[in-house]
Write a protein that binds this ligand. Sequence first.
Ligand code: BG6
Length: 501
Amino acid sequence: MDPQVLVIFGASGDLAQRKLIPALYHLYKGNFLPEQFAVLGVSRTGYSDDDFRKEVFWENTYIDGGDKDEAFADMLFYQAIDTLSGEDYKKVRQRLEKLDENRKTAGNYIFYLSVPPSLYPKIPAFLAAEGLNNRKKGWKRLVIEKPFGYDRESALKLNKELQQYFLEDQIYRIDHYLGKETVQNLLVARFANGIFEPLWNRNYIHHIEITAAENIGVGKRGGYYDHSGALRDMVQNHLLQVVAHVAMEPPTTADAVSIRNEKLKLFQSLRPIGESEVEKYVIRGQYIGASIKGERVPGYREEEEVDENSTTETYVALKFFIDNWRWADVPFYIRTGKRLPTKATEIVVYFKSPPHHLFRNELDLLNMNNQLIIRVQPDEGMLLKFGMKVPGAGFKVKNVSMDFHYTDLTEADVPEAYQRLIIDVMKGDATLYARGDSVEAAWQFVDPILNAWKNQNNIKLYGYPAGTWGPEVANKLIDGDNVSWRNPCSNLTDSSDYRLL
Ligand code: BG6
């Protein structure tokens, strides 16, 4: 791999501590880092190199125990600057020149923006003013964390601002769901096997369901979340990316251009939910305080930094269609929420029932549908459900499961999403990063829903008790005979305080 420096803006922040430095240490331990390599942390806090090493490495409890390696600490450097002062970027340039000299990093830099979104357009402009976007001596890459825009208009504006200083192929927009092994495996399962893809269409699939449940509440992120909500926080990015992996057409080759072209096409094929249809296709909810295992869990409006009359959704369920040849008339259902009974992300592909029900009395219709369940997290793996004969007289049919767990692969150490994404940007592989046009297309789908919620006060916001599977009305969203959401476990509370907010 090329020699390089990873420059982390916002290096004294939470993400560097929790995700970036631990991921880098894992990569170091696995011998994946380039020989000539350095990390330059940049932020306001007045650390020295040693303070930085102590803070993010030696005393970082997110890094697994055991003896930590001095040689890794020696790769970490720090530069304090005022990120809003153009003048200060000279210090960054000088520091990088020094690192190039001492560590032979050849002018190849990744600028990782782990900073509040208001700084996204500013830092690239300051870097450019110092010539730090210049590709003449070494390559330059820019990594941007979410949120990428607040709606389509702001995403367009941000893309334009960034592209003033960096070319699209230098910009890497993180969506950490794309770094998840199981999300990538969707492409392998579909396109490396002969058995799934022939069935993967409207002729054999009844509907597809995607759930991303979290049992935690908003915790200390109320200030951010109250201006975001579940649709912006989870659906516009993570869940639509998962939808793209499930539903896109086969790319011609497995490279960034082909795969990302197919994903864009898929986003462009999402049938828009018009503002006047939002009530019919979208359910929004917010958690209400409840008692779980004898302990009271606060409602969303009681959380820190959340408006006491907030109408921000902590749960959203959507039904939509994909208007293309493969998926015509196949409903897709997605839902996500905080304070649900468990943390689990899974995709359920429901196949159509056999055309003639020979054993009609033995199994209800729902169970007739074969299901392929793809567990994104935790307990990553796949499960195929089908009917088998119970031994003995007659034709009693029983639903059985054939399953695969990643943990069964003894050699498998499922890498954390950030490890994969960091190594990819180091290699210059953008396949698992979101391209600008796709992000805009995803916003285009989400925008009318946000507008309807903003403009139509009569659209209902349903309260659901913390520890339940969200508003009961979301069950009505899934129509058709005997079909309901697949809940990986039952409610944690028996509170039935479902009410309109
Ligand atoms: C983040 C959201 O992008 O994804 C959080 O901002 C959410 O609200 C998180 O909790 C979920 O990620 P994961 O990997 O834990 O499923």
